[in-house]
Design a protein around this ligand. Structure first.
Ligand code: PLZ
Length: 448
């Protein structure tokens, strides 16, 4: 059965949320714990391409992609066909019991598509957190060292080790400790806030690591080449290459967490490539699965193969249905040059947003289809750069009510993030940007 393609059009037929969504919200509150939050007050009936349709029949333009997942579009027809074909033949046998070809196919694809032409191996798991956690395990085993160094503002997941690696206390960590030891947080490069160039920020971080941890104790340095949840922070040029260089001089594994920034999102296959950085190990998830749960660690064969047989795995890692989706999504991105398309989307967004005339919009940054708008309290930005999360929340909620899905990020929710699917049509993207630009103006006017 070919699902009817949702008309790629914004359309509001009830107030947001509508009556059916409100009914579901009531059911949810007595069935789902309050610890799980949702950005939107609507419940989704279907999502295809760049359109999300709720249970009341409202259609939203999706500038969130399910947090950077559906780059190939929601329910991408080639992904859906691969899933349908696979799921009727096989659901699960467990790669650790009776393995399947599709695991090998996805591993070969990721070995080829990730930066560097050295010999690589790929481990498949189910979530970004699991990938990051395995990256740390593998680096520790390969180096025989205990410490993992991460960076201020970073987000790496919600399992115990990755929560130790994640920076922000509320809401992620509060009350869930104690956390895993031997995780250290070095100063990040955040040009808008620290004013340092790349080499200066790298020297600061390296001095910090050498002073407080000691190079000989560090198994891996793990960094998001562009920070996601932390605020779409693009480190100053030269920061990442200097860290890689330091890692290689000190026997430290350089681990790139490309869970959010990978899979064509930044206009290249991986964000590391913008500075010709070749990670030793890389964690990936989100976009590589085309919408199904799929995550991976790809890295240098000698590091990946340092682990004893049986030391890596998990019941569902490399599930054949998820592998079919992943292979279809990766092929789709390659065949349709979605890396170039993401770059084009980035140019289109930044060109349009240059029109915004609001002094609180302090910086527009990011790469490709990963663009963040940092807001500060107007009039104070030159001195305090005081983050304005309230303004962002108001813009997001007004945009939702107007039929555009946007997300926020940043430690103070002060960054509005745009993560459109790469398959979005130009006209739909322009319409969403019109709504956003108009909403920023209205929100500013309502304040003054
Ligand atoms: N590493 C860089 O961005 C997931 C999660 C949001 P999982 N980010 C969105 C939330 O509130 O849970 C993420 C990431 C980076 C790791 C992860 C973790 O990936 O698939 O959510 O486990």
């Amino acid at each position: 059965m070919t699902p009817t393609r949702l008309d790629q059009r914004r359309s509001l037929v009830t107030p947001v949320p509508g009556p059916r969504s409100s009914e579901l919200a009531a059911r949810r509150s007595s069935a789902v714990p309050h610890g799980v939050g949702s950005s939107l007050p609507i419940y989704v009936e279907s999502a295809q391409g760049a359109i999300v349709r709720d249970v009341d029949g409202n259609q939203f333009i999706d500038l969130g992609s399910g947090i950077a997942v559906t780059g190939v579009g929601s329910a991408n027809p080639e992904v859906a066909a691969a899933v349908q074909d696979t799921v009727s033949r096989i659901t699960h046998t467990c790669f650790m019991v009776s393995p399947t070809e599709s695991y090998i196919t996805v591993a070969e694809l990721l070995n080829r598509l990730t930066p560097g032409d050295h010999e690589k191996r790929t481990l498949l798991v189910n979530s970004g957190s699991e990938a990051v956690e395995n990256l740390a395990k593998i680096a520790r085993r390969a180096t025989g060292r205990p410490a993992v160094v991460v960076f201020e503002g970073s987000y790496h997941g919600r399992t115990n080790l990755t929560l130790a690696m994640t920076s922000k206390n509320m809401p992620y960590k509060q009350g869930f400790g104690p956390y895993a030891p031997e995780v250290y947080r070095a100063p990040m490069s955040y040009p808008f806030r620290d004013g340092l160039d790349g080499p200066q920020a790298a020297s600061r971080a390296i001095r910090w690591i050498e002073t407080y941890v000691g190079a000989e104790n560090v198994a891996a340095l793990v960094i998001e080449p562009i920070q996601g949840e932390g605020g779409f922070v693009v480190p100053a040029p030269g920061f990442l290459p200097a860290l890689v260089d330091w890692c290689h001089r000190n026997g430290v594994v350089f681990g790139a967490d490309e869970v959010q920034s990978g899979a064509c999102r930044t206009g290249d296959w991986f964000a590391c490539q913008h500075e010709d950085v070749i990670p030793d190990l890389m964690s990936m998830a989100k976009g590589i699965g085309g919408g199904l749960p799929m995550a991976a660690v790809t890295g240098r064969a000698e590091i990946m193969d340092a682990v004893q047989t049986g030391g890596l795995g998990g019941t569902y890692g490399g599930n054949p249905v998820a592998c079919a989706a992943s292979a279809a999504a990766l092929h789709y991105m390659e065949d349709h040059h979605l890396d170039a398309r993401a770059a084009e989307i980035g140019r289109r967004i930044t060109a349009r947003l240059a029109e915004v005339d609001y002094p609180g919009l302090a910086e527009i940054r990011g790469r490709g289809a990963m663009i963040g708008l940092e807001f500060v309290r107007p009039g104070t930005e030159t001195t305090t750069k005081e983050p304005d999360g309230e303004f962002v929340a108001e813009v997001m909620s007004r945009c939702q009510r107007a039929g555009v899905i946007l997300l926020d990020c940043g430690l103070d929710h002060q960054v509005l993030r745009l993560l459109p699917p790469f398959v979005i049509e130009d006209s739909l993207l322009d319409e969403a940007l019109d709504v956003l630009i108009q909403t920023i103006g209205e929100t500013a006017a309502a304040r003054s």
